[in-house]
Design a binder for this molecule. Structure first.
Ligand SMILES: Cc1cc2nc3c(=O)[nH]c(=O)nc-3n(C[C@H](O)[C@H](O)[C@H](O)COP(=O)(O)OP(=O)(O)OC[C@H]3O[C@@H](n4cnc5c(N)ncnc54)[C@H](O)[C@@H]3O)c2cc1C
Length: 505
């Protein structure tokens, strides 16, 4: 039996389509990216009219979709928070604290009036003749179909399908008598008290969920096919503890801690390339004293990939390991052979009993929110297009997108991309251009194309599963999508908007 969060089924779409008006800029998505984009747009170009459309009924994107027990950030909130709004809590925050922070941004900067919830964008068509996008929307609550037009489309839709989580089908699932739930659709009333829970997966979601439910459940088993890297920093950084008695202004504290974390994460990222074996050793050895005596760390916690080739799961204060030490949770590293009536049988022959199975198996990546794009009547096949600095797409006029970092806080890139888009819109205004489109220069046409994410660099499951539907990158700037903040923070603010790769009309 599969359980999901109670959601209202979207209303049937109506045939008739109503005109919803024109805006200068239309932002898709009211998550961290869309809220950040809206703040910066108002700050830098206050005369522009704009609207933010989101399919969900609340802001927050990821943090509204994921409300399972224990949901929290992996990143510190000084860098996951925006540069313009100080974070005042401990470094690692719960999902609802992040929602509250985003809610404060919306309130303080009066953004609510621009957000339209339950507005799913289904299609976006560019007309060169009219020099505008026509954006089709279906309302989730009424089924009403709307048509907006806009001069500039800013896609802040995130990277995965919020409505359809990724869950593989395993043999025997239909005969399992217990409940199967996905963290992306966690039922609000699910009570784990006294239950035997098996969590399939060992990424960040499993690592945060397990300590949160281990207290109440009879037992929680983390069932993983292969191990993940974990890192157990303190919930509050020691520097923040030291600075606490100085009673610094919030802005100072935010900036100091941002610099501290940026430096720390740069060190980690650099070490993952320059000294991967040493970093591997460091991560494994820092876990060892936190694990129960005799724990088979080689089998369960020694990954076979380079650190940071997939996300390192953060376990603040080592709470996952505490659950293991206390015997409330355990780890099985094996492949699933079949579900049985009362649990899961793995290849070794062991049957793990379960009342509830949580499939922490990740996402279905979605390209630009599954919006059907056309340019002058031609459907856009993104696999035939290239990224321009991870901000625009070749051949798509007047369209930008915000995509954060994998290895650093997503939001560091939200602020930087927003600055670039602001600069681009200002350039267009100053030069009286109404259209800008990334276009390959003659010297770029024989460029070697590379996948959107180089598997050697970053190869998480959801990224690898989706390479075939993603746009590509080239072998030189500006046709690349940089993954390192320390490199990009030097380059993006100075990016030449008149280097011939952006064609203005
Ligand atoms: C549990 C969890 C923990 C995470 N922790 C971290 C972390 O600690 N640090 C970090 O850097 N990253 C983390 N991430 C990654 C996280 O997704 C990003 O940090 C960030 O939240 C992405 O924000 P976003 O606004 O770009 O996209 P999202 O949060 O995905 O929001 C996109 C919004 O766009 C809307 N949308 C999409 N398509 C359409 C459409 N067609 N029409 C209308 N609306 C649409 C969606 O409804 C959604 O509300 C985490 C992810 C998860 C799932």
């Amino acid at each position: 039996m599969t359980a999901t969060a109670p959601t209202t089924a979207p209303a049937q779409a109506t045939e008739e389509i109503q005109d919803a008006g024109h805006v200068d800029v239309l932002i898709v998505g009211a998550g961290v990216s869309g809220i950040g984009a809206a703040y910066h747009l108002r700050d830098q170009l206050p005369d522009r009219t704009f609207v933010i459309l989101d399919a969900q009924d609340n802001p927050g994107g990821t943090w509204w979709t994921h409300r399972y027990p224990g949901v929290r950030s992996d990143s510190d909130l000084f860098t996951y928070g925006y540069r313009f709004k100080p974070w005042r809590g401990p470094s690692i925050a719960a999902g609802e604290e992040i929602l509250a922070y985003l809610g404060e941004v919306i309130d303080e900067y009066g953004l609510d009036q621009y957000i339209r919830y339950q507005h799913r964008v289904t299609a976006a068509s560019w007309s060169t003749e009219d020099c505008r996008w026509t954006v089709e929307v279906t309302r989730g609550d009424t089924g009403q179909r709307l048509r907006f037009t806009t001069g500039f489309l800013w896609m802040c839709q995130g990277y995965y399908n919020h409505a359809k989580p990724y869950r593989p089908e395993w043999d025997g699932m239909d005969r399992f008598q217990g409940l199967v739930v996905h963290p992306q659709r966690w039922p609000e009333d699910l009570d784990v008290a006294g239950k035997r829970v098996v969590v399939i997966g060992s990424g960040a979601t499993a690592a945060t969920l397990i300590p949160a439910i281990a207290e109440k459940a009879q037992h929680v088993t983390m069932l993983q096919r292969s191990p993940t890297y974990f890192y157990a920093p303190p919930t509050t950084h020691e520097l923040a503890v030291m600075l606490g008695p100085l009673d610094l202004p919030d802005e100072w504290m935010h900036e100091i801690m941002r610099r501290q974390y940026i430096t720390q994460y740069h060190w980690l990222a650099r070490a993952s390339f320059e000294a991967p074996d040493e970093l591997h050793e460091f991560l494994i050895e820092s876990m060892r004293p936190l694990l129960p005596e005799g724990f088979d760390i080689d089998k369960h916690f020694t990954p076979r990939y380079r650190p940071w080739q997939q996300r390192i799961a953060v376990v603040p204060d080592g709470d996952l390991f505490a659950a293991l030490r206390e015997g409330k949770a355990s780890v099985v590293t094996d492949t699933i052979e079949t579900f049985t009536e009362h649990g899961i049988k793995v290849s070794s022959g062991e049957e793990i009993p379960a009342d509830i199975v949580v499939t922490a198996t990740g996402f279905n990546l979605s390209v630009f929110g599954d919006v059907a794009f056309t340019v002058d009547g031609e459907p856009v096949d993104f696999t035939q297009h290239l990224t321009w600095r991870g901000v625009m797409i070749s051949g798509l006029p007047n369209m930008a997108y915000t995509f954060g970092y994998f290895r650093h806080s997503w939001t560091l890139r939200v602020d930087m991309v927003s600055d670039l888009v602001g600069r681009l819109l200002t350039t267009m205004q100053d030069t009286r251009a109404t259209m800008v489109v990334p276009t390959l220069r003659p010297q770029d046409t024989d460029m070697q194309l590379r996948p959107w994410s180089d598997p050697e660099n970053f190869n998480s499951g959801y990224v690898m599963r989706s390479q075939h539907i993603m746009f590509k990158q080239g072998d030189r700037e500006p046709w690349t999508h940089m993954l390192e903040h320390d490199e990009e923070r030097e380059i993006l603010p100075k990016a030449d908007l008149d280097d011939g790769t952006l064609v203005y009309r």
